[in-house]
Ligand binder design. Structure first.
Ligand SMILES: C[S@@+](CC[C@H](N)C(=O)[O-])C[C@H]1O[C@@H](n2cnc3c(N)ncnc32)[C@H](O)[C@@H]1O
Length: 266
């Protein structure tokens, strides 16, 4: 059944805004402290979406790095290009499907990054093999994604509301195991870093906004819980009730994002 959801780019940008407004820590600072990208570097950002990470690196290097953002969503690429124009920056945004060979020469990049994206790859060996191929010797790969303990409160509330088990999330369930293992088998050196961000919601509504933006974005993962627009809306009502009960009990809603960063060197 076709479900007429809101646009993906809107959901992604909503979640980014909520992280910024209610979070205790800044993932951008964590990322740039860890990677310290330098002017003159060639950087490829895979699954760049609306360009969040690409623009972060561009700001950090004061426009001095050569940055390419690749994504398979033309809608998000258009958003990124529009923002690029607005900012007057020179980031290049182009189509890239990380399940296909990357359209770049061997040994081309100093840094290849992917924030909350590449873990959806169909064949991890293939995709991370491509990332390795396009990196220069000594070049670094950085992949961030949710760890299994991520957003526990979010999943607890949905579980309580739906009275059903949460379906497995490919991002978090694969991150430490399969994804770390695959990267470690291909790259010379691999390490796992973690980042924690406590999102404190002073009322229920912004939390529900976050829930909607998450369920919409990953809707294919949630098909065991709803099948059409009416069932989806009914679930949101139950989630709102469960969130209200928790809010009345605790006086606030705190959701902790636990993010892993895999940093590997070719
Ligand atoms: C959660 S968003 C993250 C976007 C961005 N990295 C950020 O941090 O804001 C996931 C991104 O992965 C992209 N994506 C999913 N599958 C892809 C594929 N096969 N090839 C390229 N990009 C893909 C989506 O279009 C989306 O932009």
């Amino acid at each position: 059944m076709h479900i007429d959801y809101q646009e993906t780019s809107k959901d992604l940008l909503t979640r980014i805004e909520i992280h910024e407004e209610y979070g205790s820590a800044n993932i951008d600072v964590w990322t740039t402290d860890l990677l310290d990208p330098q002017p003159g570097m060639k950087i490829l950002d895979v699954g760049c979406g609306a360009g969040k990470l690409s623009f972060l690196f561009d700001d950090y290097t004061k426009g001095g790095a050569n940055i390419i953002g690749g994504d398979f969503s033309e809608e998000l690429l258009e958003k990124a290009r529009a923002r690029n124009k607005e900012r007057g920056s020179q980031v290049e945004f182009q189509f890239l499907d990380f399940n296909q060979p990357f359209n770049f020469a061997d040994n081309a990049f100093d840094l290849c990054t992917s924030a909350f994206a590449i873990y959806y790859a169909r064949n991890l060996n293939f995709t991370f093999g491509e990332a390795h191929r396009v990196l220069k010797p000594g070049g670094r790969l950085f992949v961030s994604g949710p760890l299994p303990e991520n957003k526990q409160m979010f999943y607890d509330i949905i579980e309580e509301a739906a009275n059903a088990a949460i379906p497995p999330m490919p991002g978090s369930s694969r991150f430490k195991g399969d994804i770390f293992g695959t990267i470690d088998s291909i790259f010379a050196r691999t390490e796992l870093r973690t980042f924690e961000n406590h999102l404190t919601f002073p009322e229920v509504e912004p939390f529900i906004e976050y829930v909607r933006a998450s369920l919409n974005e990953d809707r294919k993962l949630w098909t065991s819980m709803f099948d059409n627009r009416d069932e989806y809306e009914a679930l949101i009502v139950k989630i709102t009730d469960a969130a209200r009960r928790r809010f009345e009990r605790d006086g606030k809603l705190v959701m902790t994002k636990v993010v892993g960063g895999i940093l590997a060197t070719k």
